[in-house]
Design a protein around this ligand. Structure first.
Ligand code: SAH
Ligand code: F3S
Length: 433
């Protein structure tokens, strides 16, 4: 009989894909199958995020809860970025944890799963041959890694510490994976990396034929049967004109782009070591809007970075007004171990940061509402990817907006024209035409 695996995934798209790899390996090599029920699991895995402090604190209380609820003899594993940076300490603080596997060590899952108190967290591990078994939680769209790790040293960010230095996956492996995904029903792929447009800077030794990100996009777009390519996340610094032109003119690349701002103040951007200024960021966004009609631009913003003054924050509000982002992921700065900014003096007090975050989010909500409302009445091409409760099918417009219509199974994996009848803050509601 197959053993049962319960896996909880926190954090970013990279973690979602890492979880799929973990499931794939455990199904193939250790004869596990997935369960949604914690109580019946033989193995419980928490795939963690450590980008902010809160989820780390939550991890230990969660382990306690899982320990109580689990069936007798069930094992608990901690994987992902918190596993990388806390390592053995996790087992010291929570001895119920059976193994710890870092974000850079996913391919070692079957070697740790049966070893009591195994800890594998080396961040110099080379995983770029991506020799994983196959599993995708959704057959209609695929997440595909193109690079691992990150070479930047943004002063707030712990990711380079947890995921190690950046290595690109050879383009042949990527294209082969795209082909496999398409052959098994995915018409849409999302290329993944911490800094996708830095693709091609470094491969593991012995790999030749380096390509840059623009060339990789061209290669991937040649795969027959593939309709839409998305990618996340690019870095504003590396958005050169050659890339923007490819983004604009390649019909398979979806008109959706994440341009992580972090701060609108050039002074703060310098302290963050982001490598671009407010002017460069605005110039890129303006260019994208001009070159790609109907493009959607999303962003990440941190408020309360050490030394952020009221004027600095106003600069961020100014960028918000000018770019009018389709989507905003905004965070209160959280000091992280092993990062330069955690040592900076002038930490902004929590109340001030919260007030700024509320103001930013409130203004963004108004903008988002206007943008979404303006979509009513339009006919959009929607790619359907999953069923929702109440007889609804869910899909995405080319620019990534969630669309719900009355519909069933036969819509999945197809592109349909949908007339948008109504819009909420996050969702377009419509009918097939
Ligand atoms: N390159 C990655 C970034 C990973 S971190 C990507 O583009 O997906 C994701 C986001 O978390 C960052 O863009 C940043 O806005 C936020 N973040 C990172 N470190 C943070 C910190 N110490 N405090 C608050 N937010 C942070
Ligand atoms: Fe983090 Fe900056 Fe890399 S945000 S993941 S160090 S590009």
């Amino acid at each position: 009989m197959r053993k049962k695996l319960y896996i909880e995934t926190l954090g970013c798209a990279m973690n979602v894909r890492d979880s799929e790899h973990i499931v794939a390996e455990l199904r193939e090599r250790e004869s596990y199958e997935l369960t949604e029920s914690l109580e019946e699991a033989d193995l419980i895995i928490i795939n963690t995020c450590s980008v902010r402090e809160k989820p780390v604190a939550k991890l230990f209380s969660e382990i306690g809860v899982f320990q109580k609820k689990r069936k007798e003899g069930a094992r608990i594993g901690v994987t992902g970025c918190t596993a990388s940076h806390l390592g053995e300490e996790i087992i010291k603080r929570a001895p119920a944890v059976d193994f710890v596997l870092g974000a850079r060590n996913v391919s070692k899952i079957s070697s740790v799963v049966n070893r009591r108190h195994a800890v594998e967290i080396a961040t110099d591990h080379d995983e770029t041959l991506y020799d994983f078994s196959e599993y995708r939680s959704n057959p209609y769209k695929a997440l595909i890694n193109i690079s691992i790790g990150c070479d930047k040293r943004c002063t707030f960010c712990i990711v380079p510490v947890t995921r190690g230095e950046e290595l690109s996956i050879p383009s042949e492996i990527i294209v082969a994976e795209v082909r496999r995904a398409v052959a098994s029903g995915a018409k849409e792929v999302t290329l993944l990396g911490q800094n996708v447009n830095n693709y091609g800077r470094r491969f593991s030794s012995g790999v030749s034929g380096a390509k840059n990100f623009t060339e990789l996009l061209r290669e991937v777009s040649k795969v027959e049967g593939l309709y839409r390519i998305r990618f996340t996340s690019p870095h504003p610094l590396h958005m050169d004109d050659e890339f923007l032109e490819e983004f604009a003119k390649n019909p398979k690349i979806a008109p959706q782009i994440h341009v992580p701002l972090q701060s609108g103040s050039s002074r703060i951007l310098k302290r963050m070591k982001r490598g671009y200024s407010k002017e460069w960021f605005l110039d890129r966004c303006e260019k994208i809007r001009k070159m790609v009609p109907g493009v959607s631009i999303s962003t990440d913003i941190i408020v309360g970075f050490p030394g952020e003054s009221e004027e600095d924050f106003e600069e961020t509000m100014d960028v918000l007004e000018r770019v009018r982002f389709d989507q905003l992921f905004s965070f209160k700065y959280s000091p992280r171990p092993h990062t330069a900014a955690a040592q900076y003096e002038e930490q902004v007090d929590s109340q001030t940061a919260s007030a700024r975050l509320s103001r930013l989010q409130a203004r963004h909500r108004e903008i988002q509402e206007e943008l979404m409302k303006s979509r009513a009445g339009a006919v959009e091409e929607v790619y359907f990817e999953e069923l929702r409760s109440g007889g609804k099918a869910a899909g995405r417009t080319a620019d990534g907006k969630l669309v719900l219509v009355e519909g069933s199974e036969e819509l999945l994996g197809t592109l349909r024209d949908v007339e948008i009848e109504r819009a909420t803050l996050t969702t377009l509601l419509g009918r097939i035409v």
